[in-house]
Design a protein around this ligand. Structure first.
Ligand code: SAH
Length: 340
């Protein structure tokens, strides 16, 4: 049995040819699965009865199983999925920011162990497959009735996308397909702690998403503690890799900066950040910490956040403060973690 949820449209066509079926049916099946959200071949009514019977015998179509949906008071919805092997992941729908946004996971857990992130506490259980990554978007788009509208996808759920490079890139190819959800890479943002060699690879990709860098610190000593991968790829190397990234016209790299009280929120930190980003097409997104049990840091006051933001703005750095969404259902940044 071949799992069609793991195939690009081209691969579906090839798989059908291998089964002795004309390749154009691949486009029909791809459309059913991705555009219409139908994964049972028996329900693909524009295929002949004979073909449907043949498919029932030779292919499977795996879809992440939705086990729980929690709705926040602000409209954010957190989806809990169970995968074929029983592992669990979370995805989030964030409405009107101003666009409709789906935040999806790329791994079960995460190996990066950032000091303030709950997902990191889980450790890495396994990588998601391309079909599981695209599958989250597929289910969310149909659950929210947005499959025919434009929406954004952010790879900011559980996991480090550049630590699961091939599956992530393949999922972007499936999502971008015009016969499916047609999510142009321009509408996709990949957030990374800065796996520098993978960034160099990404720079060569045809389907290059927007990039967000989880910077969170302005000195090597500080980042070594907060984002342990810094001991391998330090700030200097990371910023240099950012300089090498090709950008779209008017495109910018987003730098995410989680704000931790008394740790990285001083005016000196802000000034160092301005310096670090000098000459880069950058915008800064400040993420006041979402506190959680088991996380030793505290969220700074709004005044401290605003003082920090003002120093950046006064130095002509584009800055925004991320409004925390879905905190009441533990759907906010760094709060995604499942029990097993
Ligand atoms: N591994 C990737 C993708 C996850 S994106 C990355 O780190 O970029 C999730 C974002 O939320 C990251 O910027 C992460 O550092 C941030 N984050 C993690 N824990 C957080 C918390 N408790 N409060 C606010 N932001 C947090």
């Amino acid at each position: 049995m071949i799992d069609f949820s793991e195939l690009t449209r081209g691969e579906m066509q090839q798989a059908l040819v291998d089964l002795g079926v004309p390749s154009f049916h691949g486009t029909q099946i791809f459309r059913w699965l991705h555009k219409r959200g139908v994964s049972d071949p028996a329900a693909m009514t524009d295929l002949s009865r004979e073909l449907r019977a043949k498919l029932a015998e030779s292919i499977t179509v795996t879809t992440p199983k939705l086990v729980k949906k929690e709705i926040s008071s602000d409209g954010t919805i957190k989806f809990l999925f169970e995968l074929a092997d029983g592992q669990r992941i979370e995805s989030v729908y964030i409405p009107d920011t101003p666009a409709q946004t789906f935040c999806v996971s790329t791994q079960v857990g995460c190996a990066m162990k950032c000091a303030f992130c709950l997902t990191g506490k889980m450790g890495l259980l396994r990588n998601l497959t391309a079909g599981e990554i695209a599958g989250q978007v597929r289910v969310l788009a149909h659950e929210t009735h947005l499959a025919d509208q434009s929406f954004n996808v952010v790879l900011m759920g559980m996991g480090e996308p550049l630590h699961n490079y091939d599956a992530v890139m393949k999922s972007l190819q499936m999502l971008a397909d015009e016969e499916g959800l047609a999510v142009h890479p321009r509408r996709v943002t990949l957030s990374t702690v800065g796996v520098v060699p993978a960034m160099a690879k990404l720079a060569e990709e045809e389907l290059m998403p927007n990039l967000a860098i989880s910077l969170h610190a302005t000195t090597e000593e500080q980042r070594d503690r907060l984002v342990p991968i810094n001991r391998k790829y330090d700030i200097e190397e990371l910023i240099e890799a950012c300089r090498q990234m090709p950008l779209r016209r008017r495109g910018k790299i987003t730098f995410e900066y989680v704000m931790l009280a008394g740790e990285n929120d001083s005016p000196e930190d802000a000034k160092r950040l301005v310096k670090l980003l000098r000459g880069l097409k950058a915008k800064v997104n400040l993420l006041p910490l979402n506190e959680a049990k088991g996380i030793e840091f505290r969220r700074p006051s709004d005044d401290v956040v605003n003082r920090f933001a003002k120093i950046l703005a006064d130095a002509d750095v584009t800055v925004s403060v991320r409004k925390s969404r879905g905190r009441d259902i533990r759907a906010a940044c760094g709060q995604l973690a499942t029990d097993r």
